[in-house]
Design a binder for this molecule. Sequence first.
Ligand code: CMP
Length: 428
Amino acid sequence: MNHEASPTSRYASGTRSSRWSRAILLSAALYAFVMPLVRAFPSDVVSSLRPVLWGITALFAVDLVARLRRARVGGRGVLRAYLKRWFVVDALAALPLSFTPWVVVGPGVLGLLKLARVGQAMRGWQLNALRYSSPLPLLFAVFWLVVAVHWICSGWMMLRGFNVELGVVANYIDSLYWTVTTLTAVGYGDITPADSVQKLYAVGTMVVGLAFLGYMIGFMASMLSRRDPSRALFQENIEQLSVAAQYGGIPQDLQRRVYDYYAYLWRQRLGYNESDFLSSLPQGLKEEVSRHLKGHVLERIDLFREADPDLVGQVALRLQPEVLTPGDYVFREGDDGASMYFIAGGEFEVLQQAHGQPVAKLGVGDFFGEIALFSNQPRSASVRARTYCDVYSLSKNDFERIFRRFPETVAEIEHKARSRQQRDEAAR
Ligand code: CMP
């Protein structure tokens, strides 16, 4: 396994190494806040912060050794990947000293490189968060915003110099105030640049502010518009129902049933049609993705549990979902039959005119409608939903095209069809 390539797996588990990784990430974030303060304030004012930086740098060094050892245990490929991708960052961040052209000044800017690890972890967490409508991306954006503001603010303090009369907190607040008003282009003008360097710094801050503001607005808009499609569809349907109820005079009982139907679709996540998304993918990916999307359905169907994955992939791609409310007919006896059906939820009854009672009940995992496909005859019975039901239909054309290559599965379906026909004939 490539340890460097899968941050999610490591951070998701509660192992010792994942706790260590989290401690390193926290340390990197702390470093990113403390280091600029140590640089911005006179050394006697922030002397207590220096040991924090030394401590974190020591942690980074231990982390470097641990990662090197883990990569070596993982094999030559893992070690090579580590040396190529992360070694330089981890090693530079662990350097105990930061050099200026003249002197060694102690822990410095290089430690900030470790923030790249925070970015890497965030990308992993974000991938996990894709599944849910998660606030994580917003939290991450806020984190980077706070880091950026803090750095600009510290830079401004460095340029302005420390005002001894004000003290540490007031100095910081003054600088923060200038940073935020400049970044947001409010610019009250009560704190102004005193020389050309400060003016250039202010110009840079304004440009960064504009870019950041534009990015944040776009980001927020995309977050807000990224809604759960199933929920969005439910809300849209309910709005349409209320309009129809207002103008069309739909009786209350019927309104209730329509509402229950939409609520059922939403609960089962059935309203969302993934076919648009799938159509944008190449064939190979399309089959694999749809096998996952329909996996929970297909694994409930006995016929597919042991079937060839190739068959399951192709079937998954062509299954069409249908939802029925109690009492709905899928088809009636004597209809032409152009599809067969797989039951993913609910219960059906099979009715024949010759019998007063249902001839059979079918539930999750069963299939029906296969007799007409094999015999080229009209439907031998009616099939009616007893409860809310989820079925997936497969057209005759698709059936013939896909199953041609899987004679064993066809024989299994045929066998079932024959035994059902025999049972029906015996009962007549
Ligand atoms: P088909 O004839 O296409 O349409 C009606 C379906 O009901 C039929 O296929 C079978 O799938 C199903 N069916 C008919 N008789 C029985 C039975 N005795 N038990 C279970 N299912 C049946």
